[in-house]
Design a protein around this ligand. Structure first.
Ligand code: 13P
Length: 253
């Protein structure tokens, strides 16, 4: 089945609102013409969401947040809820990025709650999974990724599974310049697809599975040519409009 490719830029903790506006203006000029052939989104920090939403008015480039809390409101100092992200103009939200899991204690259970909360608010979650280097070296990649996918998606209806995206990001490839080979990526993506078939038979072939981890303009086309690699979640290279546009072009070739 032909799945429309999806390229999402995760800006992490970079860019003030003014800098974000400038970056997205540049990106819009370069990438808007490609956005009918590839779904494109950017995920700025919370503080820049409104500014970037304003800059993206009328654009096909979508807005994503990087995280959320699962409650819709309450005494949760420092947190931001799904309805607040909708209010800020978001269409997508990352759930369970490895940096959240590693540095901020996001557990499989938290990722599941976040995924549900996002869906309940009408957002499209991008559920992030991936193994660490010791896990890969001890041959546990598929076990770890399988556990993360099953946990995040447990209890969802097939329709809910159908409206989310999975992102496979090997932790050892994030920000290190080390990319998984296209064969390594395809192996894990195919295993994720098999789990999706178990969990949501009818929709598994329409769910997009993105690869993330040192994706650059010069390796994007090769990675994205794999049958189960349906796009990219891009960190560092998404902070340069030309590089991010080069990756989007790699999704078209
Ligand atoms: P890099 O592209 O900088 O390796 O980051 C990947 C990532 O974590 C995207 O979410």
């Amino acid at each position: 089945m032909a799945r429309k490719k999806f390229v999402c830029g995760n800006w992490k903790m970079h860019r003030t609102a003014a800098e974000a506006r400038a970056l997205v203006r540049e990106l819009r000029a370069a990438a808007e013409p490609l956005a009918d052939r590839v779904d494109v989104a950017v995920a700025p920090p919370f503080t820049a969401l409104f500014a970037v939403a304003a800059e993206l008015a009328g654009s096909r480039i979508g807005l994503s947040a990087q995280n959320l809390h699962w409650e819709s409101q309450g005494a949760f100092t420092g947190e931001v809820s799904a309805p607040m992200l909708v209010d800020a103009g978001c269409r997508y939200v990352l759930c369970g990025h490895s940096e959240r899991r590693q540095f901020f204690g996001d557990t499989d259970e938290a990722v599941q709650k976040k995924t549900r909360a996002a869906l309940a608010a009408g957002l499209h979650p991008v559920v992030c999974v991936g193994e660490t280097l010791p896990e890969r070296e001890s041959g546990r990649t598929l076990e770890v990724v399988g556990r993360q996918v099953r946990a995040a998606l447990s209890g969802l209806t097939p329709a809910q599974v159908g409206s989310l995206t999975v992102a496979y990001e090997p932790v050892w490839a994030i920000g290190t310049g080390k990319t998984a080979t296209s064969a390594q990526a395809q192996e894990v993506h195919a295993a994720i697809r098999a789990i999706l078939r178990e969990l949501a038979q009818g929709v598994a072939d329409s769910v997009r599975i993105l690869y993330g981890g040192s994706v650059k303009p010069d390796n994007a086309a090769e990675l994205l040519s794999q049958p189960d690699v349906d796009g990219a979640l891009v960190g560092g290279a998404s902070l340069k409009a030309a590089d991010f546009t080069g990756i989007i072009q790699g999704a078209i070739r």
